[in-house]
Each structure stands twice: as C-alpha cells, then as structure tokens.
Design a protein around this ligand. Sequence first.
Ligand code: ATR
Length: 274
Amino acid sequence: MINRYTVIGQPIAHSLSPVVHQLFGDLTQRKVKYTRTEATPETFESIVLDWQRSGAKGCNITAPFKELAVTVCQRMAPNAKRAGSVNTIEMHRDGALVGHNTDGAGLVADIVVNKRRVLKDSRILLLGAGGAARGVIAPLLDAGPTMLHVANRTNAKADTLASLFSDMGPVSASGYEALGDMAAFDVMINATSLSLNGEMPPLPNGLVGSQTLAYDMTYAKQDTVFMSWSRSRGADTSSGLGMLVEQAAESFFIWEGVRPKTRMVYPRLRELLS
Ligand code: ATR
C-alpha cells in the first residue's frame, strides 16, 4: 500500500517538499506518494477534508495557511497549540486531524547539527512575527539563548508573540527602529516574507559581525538580498534549505514512524537547485 501525502499552499508550484519526501521514502524503503496542492483561503478547509476522506495519511501546510490550519484540527500537539501555527497534519486512524509544528525543530536541528552553532547562551534576533516566526520561537527558547529578540514592522504583532512565550525564556520585542541601539547578534533569522520579493528588512549596520550566522528561512537558487547584505558585513550565511529538509524529516517521522538520514538528500537537492 502506498501512503499518500501532499503539501498545501499558495503559491505551491515551486515547493521542494515532494522531492524531499520521495527521497525519504526511497531511503527508508517506505512506499510514499507526495504531491503539491494549491488552495485559497476559501477552499483550504474542504481541500484538507477531501484529502482525509480519500484515505491519505497526512499533509504539510505552508504559507499562507499555517494559522488557518489550526482551525481544522481536532487535536493539537503542544508546540503547535502554543504557536497557533500548524505545518504538519497527521490524519490519525481514529479519524482526528492532529496538528503539529515541526518548523522550529527543523530550524534548530539545521543550526545546531548541520551548521554546528551553539545556541545556548547566544543572542538571537528573529525578524518577522507572522506564521513562520510563530512556529520557531518555542524551540529556539528551549535551546537556552540569553536573549531572543523579535523585531517586526508591526510592533504590536511582535509584542503579542513575546508575551505569548514569555514564560518560556528571555524573549523581547520591538519594531525595526529600536534595533539601532543593539549590539551584534550571534544568530539573526529572517522569518519575514520579504526575500520572496527580493526585498530586505530595514536593518541598521551594527547588527551583524564576523561571529553572526545570518539565516534566511527562504530557500532559493541564489542568495537572498538578506544573505548578501549580511555576508558583505562579515556574517556567515545560510538559506532555509536545511530547515526545509529537517522539518520534513520530523513530519516524516510523525507519519511513518521512522527518521530518515537527512544528510543523504542534500547532494540531490543542491543538484536540483543549481
Ligand atoms: P508567513 O507565514 O510567511 O510568516 P505572514 O504571516 O504573512 O507570512 O508574515 C509575513 C511577515 O513578513 C510578517 O512579519 C510581516 O510583517 P507585518 O507583521 O508587519 O505584516 C513581514 N513583512 C511582509 N512584508 C513586509 C515589508 N514590506 N516590510 C517589513 N516586513 C514585512
């Protein structure tokens, strides 16, 4: 029997998730079929329910539906519940749609295991306060930084996120204008949607130095403007390709009960992106 999965988003044509999951299937000798599904806010819920009725085992949710996905799930894993953001739906055999969020675990695994950065006692700057940012705050705080600062164009959204997670660790918030007074960060993560349009958050110069890892959650063939800007100021940079792979591995584990060896898929993905 083939277990079927899909990724639902808008736009979705360029998602690499099907490639990643097919490679995981091959590596773990599981029969999986993974497709892409385009939705609109109006069709999202019926698409998820139809997918479940068809006997599929699960789906991934990507922009802009991660927050909407919370409303279709009957049960939520603690991390997804706190974040109010779902990137993985498990279609449980008892008939429930169970919401999970594997984005944060994927991001932290990529930074700590693949990029060999120590997050304990580090200073982290998270840019953006939308669905992508929400999902990663708890796992970042779990890693034990001395500071996790959320900066966003709309200050109020950053404030809301900081208060939502304040019992978990040292999380603070501001608009971009307040960043001018801050010392350089060890890790700076771009969770805004700006890179998709080739744009850059309005950042002051002093934020990055040679010790900084500038991490863009977006993955693309070329470096994003955020990555080029950071590199020209001495930072080490990373796209979100590793996060894509690592969060996919967490999803695969939830669905299939087996953890694929992620390092095996990177050469193939780099080939596809080049
Ligand atoms: P996602 O699911 O990708 O996080 P989102 O929830 O729409 O998408 O969030 C997009 C993020 O990019 C937000 O933090 C948004 O800032 P606002 O909360 O102020 O809207 C940020 N963003 C989008 N366009 C931006 C721009 N032109 N300048 C600065 N930030 C921007």
